[in-house]
Ligand binder design. Structure first.
Ligand code: ATP
Length: 884
């Protein structure tokens, strides 16, 4: 028998589980061992050996190795071995950089892995989908991906989209009853939910019958296209730049070699020096350092509760000029409390804060109880037309489910209505809430088998659907005065930043069709709740900081215009001349018209997810880089279309998470700001080490070129060149990638997304510093060499030391766009440590006798050091004053 042919109780028996209690912990452990993790097997990672060997596949490195081999065969053992060792160490460094990048990318993937809601030991909990086992009772709702193959046990308007399996993109209605038929295709098994397919509407529960490769998806997983590793635009740009840099480096090196040979240097010497120079000058470590900087930055973002799903977002974040954010939950706490109630034409007040059930209902000064006309039924209906549960943990109340629903449960408790009342009613059908409909309904049957419909939703949606209104004396026809009265109360509540929610009912005949479009019409409006959702404390300052950083914050909400306006004013988001647009106005505005006014708009109210797409497009056409948040399943298109799609870690659906490039673990607007700071910083850090690496390389090439042009001996021997490259390009460059942001990172406007890497003076800085570094090394060489022409090693040691020291001082210069004097050099501990270790290594090479013949060095005197230090500080100090 197939799962779809069985009744739910048979499935329960077969899998030793009940839908009321779920699996026990013992069962889960056993099954996890038996079936393994619930995941589709993906391709194997590249082997470590391969990554290591890849470090040597570079053409110039190969030539260098070949040249060293020849040198070795010609008897230059020491040189050959030294070069080999350096190349090997360099390879290890590259390997570690790449490993680190790879590891942090894998960690990232794990962090944004999907979660599933399962019932275990009678409690609903969220676990990584990977840990779901056969027999688990799972709950799914619109926007979720189904975590495994399930036999559906309960469906409320559950619809799924299974195109990945069946090719059919129309959603399929799912139900819980068994079906006959022997060889049904997946698409006909309408009481089954399949792994990785998407819930497009409604909600439901089911029992897991297959996990991992034992699912329908598992069977076709091997046929699926493997995901390719993608590079970010910056990585791509750098790869392109790398090619140019290689060409330039090779050209210059060739020039050095040619001039050298022309001046009478032996061809063999010049060849080895040239190849070493080429290896040193080609910034082969650049792509790996960029990836490391990006992924380490991403780790820092995780600490600030932002998970980057696509590395490219890190770059784009720094360019963001507009943040469009949902109000509820992102700018506000998403902790609703009913504060006011409009009932019987009067305004009642409810005391109490948060979800605490202590509070009282007042009319003016009078305390009201359940006898007050219609109050009990209004609150009871609020409890019944509800999907949340009110729970306690360590004496504190919290809501499991929608906070709007939760607020109604708390209000009912304040009136003394207990949860047990629920047992007197049976839910027959649910029409779920979505932001498009802005309402939800329940068909309920009482003990006497009388059926009625309860609908709750936005007042402007419910009032036109109501023909009657409940008054103290009973049900009355709704007149225009009643509508006016309701509108007044809504405006009054909204002005106080309260979110309004109307509730209505309708008695149903026994045989009334529950599927007709007229079901939610001819309602009797009972009352309106006004609930408070306080703004998050940190959001106001975040908005202010963003404004200073040239980033506009825009509020998008499904709430009433006045509520939105009031909250926006509290948050200082809406300037005096700022505009508020609402959904109906948006409907009548084309993207072009919207584009013309969009710079003045700060709040969009009563919008549906479709409007969001229009808003994104209009901002983009105005030249903005847009960050857009979303949580519901319908938000996905707008999130995809935006430049930085942002989804919610706590309340978001799987679909929006998949469409997004950034996930906010705490759903908080302020986290977007932190991510932007980090995004800007990462880009600046990348600029810093590009500047450092390239200026150093320019210096290395120029000192050689200048010396050749002046018909001087070689100022550096090949091992020295390679050593400089290893010590300066390795750790200090990486440490720059970890640098703290400059104080003014949020004081300037966003970066232009089209700007090149060398813009804002970077190209000039590289060339000018490079020239001066080359020059000081040359001067040091000339002075030392002239002082002792018979001892070439002496001159070379001084030049070598000056070159290294100038670079190690210059690295601090690179930390600032302004001047070396503007920052504390010890602020970046990694940098201070890496420079210190480089200096120690330098001293070892100079003073440790066994290494002196290897590196062609000799011990330097105090006087030599005075000269070296004076010259090495020169480039940074010089430019520190000009600030160019
Ligand atoms: P955001 O600010 O994140 O866009 P929102 O909460 O402002 O979200 P929606 O969730 O679309 O917007 O809600 C719009 C309106 O729908 C609310 O003002 C309220 O009147 C109504 N509403 C919200 N939640 C529910 C619910 N659970 N049941 C019925 N109606 C609801």
């Amino acid at each position: 028998m197939k799962w779809y042919q069985m009744d739910v109780d048979v499935v329960e028996q077969k899998l030793h589980v009940t839908t009321k209690h779920g699996l026990t912990d013992k069962q889960t452990d056993g099954r996890r061992k038996q079936y393994g993790p619930n995941r589709l097997e993906s391709q194997k990672n590249t082997s470590k050996w391969l990554i290591f060997l890849k470090q040597f596949q570079d053409f110039m490195v190969l030539i260098l190795l070949a040249a060293t081999l020849i040198a070795g065969m010609l008897g230059e053992y020491v040189d050959a071995i030294a070069i080999m060792v350096i190349v090997l160490v360099n390879g290890f460094l590259g390997y570690f950089q790449e490993q680190k990048a790879e590891k942090s990318l894998t960690k990232l993937k794990e962090m944004s892995a999907p979660v599933a809601s399962v019932l275990r030991e009678g409690k609903w909990e969220k676990i990584p989908s990977q840990e779901v086992v056969v027999g688990d009772v799972v709950r799914v709702k619109s926007g979720d991906r189904i975590p495994a193959d399930i036999r559906i046990t309960n469906s409320s308007s559950l619809e799924t989209e299974e195109s990945a399996l069946t090719g059919e993109s129309l959603p399929v209605m799912k139900h819980a009853t068994s079906i006959t038929g022997d060889k049904l295709d997946a698409q006909d098994q309408v009481n089954m939910g399949f792994m990785s397919t998407l819930v497009t509407r409604g909600s439901g529960t089911g029992i897991v019958v297959g996990t991992g490769m034992n699912t329908v998806m598992g069977q076709i997983a091997s046929l699926m296209v493997k995901t390719k590793k993608t590079t970010t635009p910056l990585e791509h740009k750098l790869a392109e730049l790398g090619k140019i840099l290689i060409a330039v480096a090779l050209l210059l090196t060739a020039l050095v070699v040619l001039v050298g040979v022309y001046q009478g240097h032996p061809v063999y010497n010049m060849f080895l020096a040239g190849v070493s120079l080429a290896v040193a000058a080609i910034p082969e470590g650049l792509p790996a350092i960029v990836t490391v900087a990006l992924s380490l930055g991403v780790q820092r973002m995780i600490k600030k509760k932002a998970i980057v799903r696509k590395l490219s977002a890190v770059e784009t974040l720094g360019c963001a000029s507009v943040i469009c954010s949902d109000k509820t939950g992102t700018m506000t706490e998403n902790q609703m409390t009913v504060k006011e109630v409009f009932l019987n034409g009067k305004l009642l007040y409810v005391t109490g804060d948060g979800y605490d059930v202590k509070g009282t209902v007042y009319l003016n000064q009078d305390v009201l109880d359940r006898d007050y006309p219609n109050l009990e039924s209004m609150f009871l209906y609020g409890m019944l037309c509800n999907n949340a549960s009110l729970m306690t943990k360590k004496g504190r109340y919290y809501v499991d489910g929608d906070p709007t629903d939760g607020a109604l449960l708390v209000a009912a408790r304040k009136l003394g209505l207990s949860n047990q009342l629920h047992d007197n009613y049976r839910i027959v059908q649910e029409l779920p809430f979505d932001s498009e409909r802005k309402r939800m309904s329940m068909v309920v049957e009482d003990d006497n088998r009388m059926r009625f419909l309860i609908t709750k939703g936005a007042p402007d949606v419910l009032v036109p659907r109501s023909n009657y209104v409940m008054k103290e004396q009973g049900r009355k026809l709704m007149r225009s005065e009643d509508k006016q009265e309701i509108n007044q109360s809504i405006n009054h509540m909204a002005d106080k930043a309260l979110r309004t929610l109307a509730i209505a009912m309708k008695p149903l005949a026994k045989d009334e069709s529950l599927n007709s479009a007229a079901l939610e019409k001819d309602l009797t409006l009972i009352g309106v709740y006004g609930m408070m959702d306080p703004p998050r404390k940190e959001v106001k300052t975040a908005i202010e900081e963003c404004r200073e950083a040239g980033i506009k914050s825009v509020m998008i909400t499904g709430d009433h215009e006045k509520t939105a306006r009031a909250i926006a004013t509290q948050l200082n988001l809406l300037p005096e001349d700022g505009m508020v647009l609402d959904g109906s106005q948006l409907n009548n505005t084309s993207v072009e018209e919207l584009r013309d006014i969009i710079d003045q708009v700060y709040v969009f109210a009563r919008v549906t997810p479709e409007h969001k797409l229009k808003i994104v497009k209009a901002f983009q056409e105005e030249g903005h880089i847009v960050a857009m948040t979303g949580d519901g399943v319908n938000d996905a298109p707008a999130i995809k279309a935006s430049d930085i799609g942002i989804s919610m870690g706590e309340s978001g659906t799987d679909v929006t998470k998949e469409a997004s490039s950034l996930i906010l673990m705490d759903d908080n607007f302020a986290t977007i700001k932190s991510a932007i700071i980090e995004g800007r910083n990462i880009y600046e850090n990348i600029r810093k080490f590009i500047r450092y690496l390239l200026a150093s390389n320019v210096g290395e090439i120029l000192v050689m070129l200048f010396a050749m042009l002046l018909a001087m001996p070689l100022p550096l021997v090949p091992v020295q060149i390679l050593w400089v490259n290893l010590v300066t390009d390795g750790l200090p460059a990486m440490a720059l990638g970890l640098d703290q942001s400059e104080d003014d990172v949020m004081k300037n406007g966003p970066r232009n997304s089209k700007e090149g890497i060398f813009s804002r003076g970077l190209g000039f800085k590289i060339v000018s510093r490079g020239i001066v570094i080359g020059l000081v090394a040359l001067i040091a060489f000339m002075i030392a060499y002239q002082g002792d022409p018979d001892n070439l090693n002496y001159g070379q040691t001084v030049a070598f030391t000056t070159l290294v020291m100038a670079q190690l001082i210059h690295v601090f210069d690179c930390r600032s766009e302004h001047s070396i004097f503007s920052r504390n050099p010890f602020e970046n501990k990694y940098l201070a440590l890496s420079v210190l270790s480089s200096v120690l290594l330098l001293l070892v090479v100079i003073y440790w006798e066994p290494l002196q013949p290897v590196f062609h060095t000799l011990a330097l005197s105090f006087r030599d050091w005075m000269l070296i230090l004076a010259l090495s500080f020169l480039p940074s100090v010089l430019f520190g004053f000009t600030k160019k």
